[in-house]
Design a binder for this molecule. Structure first.
Ligand code: HEM
Length: 481
């Protein structure tokens, strides 16, 4: 009653006694939910409320409201939607709150230092090289290819090698048990996200016992895999220290590539090293956050480039200027930095199709947002995909116009309106990693293939990440310079 009274001023669909607005969601699939939320924003304004049984959700997509919450170090507790990931990711950086989040964020930030990222460029280059080779038999200029699963295997290879320092060969050996387990867990979790009743553990266990068992077994396998790697690398680090060798060189005195996990092994909180379990939740978090999101980002970007030949032409001019016409020439961090137009294309593609279409916070106390009082116990949901198409901030918002991000066009975009990586202290820690990976793999594809507008249009839908209900189709033709 308190929450209801406090929010009496706020618009929203009329709730029924007890069930609230549950019935409005009945029969909505993840594709329709996107339209439903966008239409609600049009009908009730940029901030509105919904009751789902006893749970109160307030939606906002106004950058001025988002700034109040995202810039605050207080409002960092995630809402209940994240619970589905808890069994796999524990309370790693994505899920943790309070003091734990603050101390972890502090020690994980240097893990993404550019010196570490610089050595990953070689991995991006090699793994995208595997991908373009594997695509060659499909590149006939006629067939429509769903690029999403192809990108997903490559992104998994990249994140395993950068986060854990191991090659899992997802592209060449999709039956490898760890790879299978990642696919099983993401698929089952996605289904649970869609089927709201399955979000409740005991209902899921009773009504889908086979999936429940597969989920538990796969998570156990993934945890075991990560743990073994951590133990091996801890031993190897100890050996290096015992033998008084440099941490940056291998047994033969060659410069060694550090994985994100190695940086965590050397980190301490108040002088004490992180335990294997502490490191495992962080590595598992990188494995999840670092492959699904980039897969979505790269797949939608390739789809858009294929359908905008003028953009593709400009991209090729830039690529030839910076990288030349030798398709096999490896790229460096410096080269990637010079691909400025590609950066605009990536930004614009993340604006139209943000891989993380919305995020949520739980208010543990009453909060005031620009004069509007919101009660404790609210699930506050920030609709990035609505905000990123707001015509006030992005004129002609549904058009793909990379030029809007060109500095010489005076690109002066509000940092809380352009938020595919969120903003403020809890923004995406892997943002630079993600953009480098996207630049590297997209430029690799373009150097080898002309992208063609083949296959059906995308049908965006909200899962754990943004996907297309019918895949991301493009055609490929070997590139002739
Ligand atoms: C295009 C790719 C990506 C997008 C669009 C993206 C987007 C986001 C967003 C919106 C958040 C905020 C989530 C929230 O507040 O609930 C986030 C957090 C996070 N991301 Fe990313 N991400 C991407 C790639 C990556 C990569 C490659 C990594 C790691 C290698 C990563 C690691 C993380 C982590 C650990 C967090 C939690 C940070 C914290 O709470 O302090 N992300 N990401």
């Amino acid at each position: 009653k308190r929450r209801n009274d406090m929010l009496s001023y706020m618009k929203g669909p009329k709730p029924l006694p007890v069930v609230g607005n549950v019935l409005s969601y009945r029969g909505q699939n993840p594709e329709q939910i996107m339209t439903f939320i966008t239409n609600n924003s049009k009908k009730y304004g940029d901030m509105y409320r919904v009751w789902i049984l006893q749970q109160l959700a307030v939606f906002s997509s106004d950058p001025r409201d988002l700034e109040v919450i995202l810039s605050s170090p207080q409002h960092i507790t995630k809402n209940n939607l994240y619970e589905l990931l808890h069994q796999w990711l524990g309370t790693g950086l994505l899920m943790s709150t309070g003091k734990k989040w603050h101390s972890r964020r502090k020690i994980i930030t240097p893990t993404f230092h550019f010196k570490i990222l610089e050595q990953f460029v070689e991995i991006f280059d090699q793994q995208s090289g595997v991908m373009v080779k594997k695509l060659s038999d499909k590149a006939d200029g006629k067939s429509a290819i769903n690029i999403f699963p192809v990108i997903c295997s490559m992104a998994l290879d990249i994140i395993a090698e950068t986060a854990m320092g191991v090659k899992i060969n997802a592209q060449n050996n999709p039956n490898f048990p760890y790879v299978q387990a990642v696919f099983t867990v993401t698929n089952i979790t996605t289904k649970r996200f869609i089927n709201v009743w399955h979000r409740i553990d005991w209902i899921f266990r009773l009504t889908a016992p086979t999936e429940y068992k597969r989920l538990n077994e796969s998570i156990r396998l993934m945890h075991q895999f990560t743990e073994n790697i951590i133990m091996e690398r801890r031993e190897s680090l100890q050996k290096t220290i015992d033998q008084n060798r440099s941490l940056e060189e291998d047994d033969l005195g060659q410069k060694k590539r550090m994985a994100l996990l190695d940086v965590l092994l050397q980190s301490t909180i108040n002088g004490a090293p992180l335990s294997n379990e502490d490191i495992r939740e962080e590595v598992d978090t990188f494995m999840f956050e670092g492959h699904d999101t980039t897969t979505s980002g790269i797949s939608f970007a390739l789809y858009l480039i294929a359908r905008h030949p003028d953009v593709q032409k400009k991209l090729m001019e830039e690529i030839v200027e910076v990288l030349g016409t030798d398709k096999e020439r490896p790229v460096s961090l410096r080269d990637l930095g010079e691909l400025k137009y590609l950066e605009c294309v990536i930004k614009e593609s993340l604006r139209l199709y943000p891989p993380v279409p919305m995020i949520g916070r739980y208010f543990t106390e009453d909060v005031e947002i620009r004069g509007k009082k919101i009660p404790a116990g609210t699930n506050f949901t920030m609709g990035f995909f609505v905000c990123l198409r707001n015509p006030k901030y992005f004129p002609d918002p549904d058009s793909f116009k990379p030029e809007r991000f060109l500095v010489e066009n005076g690109a002066n975009i509000d940092p809380y309106a352009y938020i595919p990586f969120s903003a403020g202290p809890r923004n995406c820690i892997g943002q630079k990693f993600a953009v480098l990976e996207m630049k590297s793999t997209i430029s690799k594809m373009l150097r080898h293939y002309e992208l063609l507008p083949l296959g059906p249009d995308v049908r965006p839908m909200m899962n754990l990440i943004l996907r297309s209900a019918n895949g991301n189709h493009i055609g490929l033709k070997p590139r002739q310079y």
